[in-house]
Design a binder for this molecule. Structure first.
Ligand code: ATP
Length: 300
């Protein structure tokens, strides 16, 4: 069976060379950033206050940036800004976001609709709330393929089954015909990932995508994301409050607190030699959850 990865790698994309991708922080690189977030400030117009006070990062194909920090620190708003889906009374007050070289400030609503799914996509926590309970999950994926890729019904169905296979769901034909209430949390998260990658995006934002899952399923989903990144050159933004998740997946990490990036750098450096007191606190809090294990693995 043809897998998603086969299909994605077969299409002409910018070259992805794991060894020569940009060093975190953006030094020597051949690939221009797919996503460039430059000193973005996000404000709440109703409350008349700034919520995010200047976030910057660049993401090239095959690379992963992690955003960690306490609840309410602005991680999700930053992602929503990159997806063009800020809540109604929020706005980007300063800075810029470029997706594949295009300043998103110039995009119309129709441009955004075309871009989302096809270039930048996202997976959030609580997959059930993003899927329609009364439509078979496979049909929901097929619909994305039909609308975004312009395939006919039969091809879209075939592609949806391929995608279910690509996210390592066993018996994808069977899963295709199931409803959300028939699937476990881990299966639903895989279905949501399949939906998110259905139109072959180049950037995938995973915002607390594994938070609600038990440890084993979480590890499987993280492996799946890493696999998609390696095989398809996906660029990933991983938002998590869990440093173990970040240490496993991310090349670079931003630590946010109260809307500020208090520390950023290569993941290993930040986690091994934290400079900011808040990062040290986060690390201390996480030690009991097995962060040591991942750090040891990276050192090996
Ligand atoms: N739709 C909204 N309406 C009002 N306030 C909001 C909304 N979305 C976010 N906020 C506020 O903006 C701030 C940043 O929220 P954001 O969701 O980005 O935080 P976060 O770092 O992702 O937190 P968490 O880890 O809990 O998801 C918080 O104070 C939050 O209450």
């Amino acid at each position: 069976m043809t897998t998603l990865s086969d299909n994605i790698t077969a299409r002409p994309t910018r070259p992805y060379a794991p060894g020569n991708a940009a060093a975190p922080g953006g030094s020597a690189t051949t690939a221009p950033p797919l996503l460039a977030v430059r000193d973005v400030r996000i404000s709440d117009r109703v409350a008349d206050r700034d919520i995010v006070h200047g976030v910057s990062f660049e993401l090239t194909p095959g690379r992963t940036v992690g955003i960690v920090g306490e609840s309410g620190s602005g991680k999700t708003l930053t992602c929503r800004a990159a997806l063009g889906i800020l809540p109604p009374h929020f706005e980007i007050g300063a800075g810029s976001i470029e997706i594949d070289g295009t300043d998103t400030a110039t995009l119309t609503a129709a441009d955004w609709t075309a871009l989302r799914g096809a270039t930048i996509s996202a997976v959030f926590q609580d997959p059930a709330s993003y899927l329609n309970p009364s439509i078979r999950v496979g049909a929901q994926i097929a619909e994305v393929v039909r609308v975004k890729k312009g395939l006919g019904r039969r091809e879209a169905r075939h592609r949806a089954v391929e995608l279910l296979h690509a996210v390592h769901l066993r018996e994808p034909e069977l899963v295709y015909g199931q409803y959300t209430h028939e699937l476990s949390g881990g299966m639903l998260q895989r279905v949501l990932i399949a939906t998110a990658i259905a139109a072959d995006p180049r950037i995938l934002i995973a915002d607390e995508a594994t938070t609600a899952l038990d440890v084993t399923v979480q590890a499987e989903i993280l492996d799946l994301l890493a696999d998609l990144r390696e095989r398809a050159g996906l660029a990933l933004v991983v938002v998590s409050h869990d440093l173990a998740v970040v240490s496993q997946l991310c090349d670079e990490v931003l630590v946010m607190r109260q809307g500020h990036v208090v520390e950023r750098g290569p993941t290993r450096t930040v986690l091994h030699e934290p400079r900011h007191e808040y990062t040290r606190l986060l690390i201390a809090e996480h030690e009991q959850y097995g962060l040591d294990k991942f750090l040891a693995k990276e050192d090996a």
